[in-house]
Ligand binder design. Structure first.
Ligand code: SF4
Length: 282
C-alpha cells in the first residue's frame, strides 16, 4: 500500500512566514501577543499558548495593553491598529502576508486618487476588514454577483476593484463582467492568491486516484472543509481529522493508495505524524 501527500498542502507561504515569526520572537524572551489567532488551528494556538504567547481578540483589548510586542498575522489589520500600537508605544512585529500588504497599498493609493474602492469578498472576514481599514475614501464590499448587480457607484465615481486573496476566481471574473456590461469606469486588479486554488487542484487530483483520502485541518477552517468536500466528490472514503487522535482507520487489504492533504493552517508536524502512522500501521 502506498501513502502519498498532495502536491500542495498545509501552510501557505504567508501563514508559514507568520508562524515562523512567532517562534523566532519567542526565543527573544519578550512578552509576545498576536493580534487574533496567528492561524486557524487549535493545536498550533494551544502550543503557542503553552510557550507564553497571548492572543489579543479585539481593538478594545489592545487599547488596554501597556507593554509587550504585538505580532500582526498574515491576514493583516486596518491602518488604525498600527496607529494604536504606536500611540501606546507597543512594539509592532508585522507578519502581514506581502500579497495582502500589496492590496493595502493599492486601495490606499486608489482612495487618494479619488476612486471608490470595491472589494470583492466576505465583509466579515478579518482580511477584508483589514483592507477596508486602508481605504482613505469610499469603499463597498460585495460578496456575491447579485450584490454586484444591485451596486451603483456613488456619484458616478471611478472604481478600483480588488478581491479578497481567497476569493473564487470564476466568481470574481463574473462580477468584473457585470461591471463591464454596466459600463462602469473601473480599474480592476486581480489580487486573488493562487495558494488556495493550488491546494484544491492537487487535492482533487490525488483523491481521484486514491482509495482512501485523509484531510487534516482545524474544525473551524473553511478552506479545510472545502478540501474535504472536493475530496469526497472524488473519493467516497474520505476522512476529516484534526489530529492523529481522530484517525480510526481500518483499511481493507484491497486499499492500494492512501492520499493525504491538509488545510492552509495545518502544520507540517501534524501532516508527518499522520503520514508516518499510516505507513507504519498498514
Ligand atoms: Fe498570503 Fe496567499 Fe497565504 Fe493569504 S493564502 S496568507 S495571500 S500566501
Amino acid at each position: 500500500m502506498e501513502t502519498r501527500l498532495a502536491e500542495c498542502l498545509g501552510f501557505c507561504f504567508g501563514v508559514r512566514r507568520a508562524v515562523d515569526t512567532v517562534y523566532e520572537q519567542i526565543k527573544t524572551g519578550k512578552t509576545i501577543y498576536t493580534y487574533g489567532a496567528i492561524v486557524n488551528n487549535e493545536e498550533v494556538v494551544r502550543e503557542l499558548s503553552g510557550l507564553g504567547v497571548k492572543v489579543i481578540e479585539s481593538k478594545e483589548e489592545l487599547e488596554k495593553l501597556d507593554r509587550g510586542s504585538v505580532i500582526i498575522r498574515a491576514h493583516g489589520v486596518p491602518e488604525e491598529i498600527y496607529r494604536i500600537l504606536e500611540e501606546k508605544g507597543l512594539e509592532c512585529i508585522d507578519a502581514t502576508c506581502p500579497f495582502v500588504k500589496r492590496i493595502h497599498k493599492i486601495v490606499q493609493q486608489a482612495g487618494s486618487d479619488g476612486n471608490h474602492v470595491v472589494i470583492i469578498g466576505n465583509a466579515g472576514h478579518p482580511e477584508v476588514e483589514g483592507i477596508v481599514g486602508w481605504c482613505s475614501g469610499g469603499v463597498t464590499v460585495l460578496e456575491e454577483p447579485e450584490d454586484a448587480e444591485k451596486f451603483v457607484p456613488p456619484h458616478g465615481e471611478k472604481l478600483c476593484v480588488v478581491s479578497q486573496t481567497t476569493y473564487n476566481y470564476n466568481k470574481f471574473h463574473y462580477i468584473v463582467e457585470i461591471f463591464e456590461k454596466k459600463g462602469y469606469n473601473s480599474t480592476v486588479v486581480n489580487t486573488i492568491c493562487n495558494a488556495t486554488e493550488e491546494r484544491q487542484r492537487s487535492a482533487r487530483a490525488l483523491a481521484a486516484e486514491a482509495d482512501v483520502m485523509i484531510v487534516i485541518g482545524g474544525r473551524h477552517s473553511s478552506n479545510t472543509r472545502k478540501l474535504y468536500d472536493i475530496c469526497r466528490e472524488e473519493c467516497a472514503e474520505t476522512y476529516f481529522i484534526q489530529t492523529l487522535d481522530d484517525l480510526h482507520l481500518e483499511l481493507p487489504k484491497a486499499v492500494r493508495l492512501v492520499g493525504i492533504t491538509a488545510g492552509a493552517s495545518t502544520p507540517n508536524k501534524l501532516i508527518e505524524e499522520v503520514q508516518n502512522y499510516v505507513r507504519i500501521n498498514f
